[in-house]
Design a protein around this ligand. Structure first.
Ligand SMILES: [Zn+2]
Length: 263
């Protein structure tokens, strides 16, 4: 190789390195976080095998309002061992009732009937359960129904020691400087097609932003659902574009955002 060719090769290498370093999400264009809410059995039977077959890691927001948690413990423990995040979605999934569309809220678990101590104790108890399963100390939270207040008080403000971040239900694709650690966005999946979800990912790539996707049912298990083929199509797209897309659990993405924002 001539000296000129060597210099040209070095310059090219430097440029590639520089381009990667300047990309905001661990050297990639965008970040995608796959989250699964409510601790459903189908997360263990349907979602995890699909994720694991491609080596993709996700976040599972576990609650126990249906009473199935004890039976799920071996499944969650295996998921944590594979690198998935077991995350907190409260014990009983309290939401604000008393308004249109909230007829499903039971008075016992109506946030209007909660106190600050009750909600924070319930969440801390769930953290203790999750710690007993996975022994992790860094964890994230998701607001049930996106409701983040008890009688006008934002309860997460007193819980920063418990969580590195919290996720809401507002669908935006922020750049890294615009991410609020305790108000991560979330795009809710309501029977979307694979193509529709892939469009969100393409938008995140174009904006060099963060996309958080919220699943409930996967191939059934909840009235808010995604079909198995649509779920699989999205996962395969992500896998094929892993070179440009950082796919990681919310706790890892939050840690990166925190570092980059200098907090
Ligand atoms: Zn939920």
């Amino acid at each position: 190789m001539t000296i000129l060719k060597t210099i040209a090769a070095l310059l090219l290498f430097n440029n590639t390195l520089y381009a990667q370093q300047s990309l905001p999400w661990k050297g990639k264009k965008c970040a995608v976080v796959l989250t699964y809410d409510d601790g459903l059995d189908v997360h263990i039977t349907n979602a995890l095998p699909a994720l694991d077959s491609l080596g993709l890691k996700a976040t599972f927001y576990i609650a126990n309002y249906m009473g199935g948690l004890q039976k799920q413990v071996p499944g969650w423990r295996a998921a944590a061992a594979k690198g998935h995040e077991l995350a907190n979605h409260t014990m009983f999934h309290p939401c604000e009732g008393g308004r249109a569309g909230r007829e499903f809220v039971n008075a016992d678990y109506d946030m209007n009937n909660y106190s600050m101590r009750r909600i924070t104790n319930e969440i801390k108890a769930m953290n203790a359960v999750l710690y007993a399963i996975d022994a992790k100390t860094t964890r994230t939270f998701a607001f049930p129904c996106g409701d983040n207040k008890v009688h006008d008080t934002a309860y997460i403000d007193t819980m920063h020691d418990e969580f590195i971040a919290a996720r809401g239900v507002v669908g935006t694709i922020p750049t890294i400087d615009k991410v609020n650690l305790y108000d991560f966005p979330g795009y809710g999946v309501f029977n979307h097609t694979g193509e529709a979800m892939i469009e969100w990912v393409k938008e995140a790539e174009a904006k060099q932003g963060l996309l958080v996707i919220i699943f409930h049912g996967v191939g059934g298990g909840h009235n808010i659902n995604v079909s198995l083929p649509a779920h699989s199509q999205l996962l395969h797209y992500l896998k094929q574009h892993e070179k440009d897309i950082w796919i990681a659990p919310l706790a890892q993405v939050a840690k990166w955002v925190k570092e980059k924002q200098g907090k």
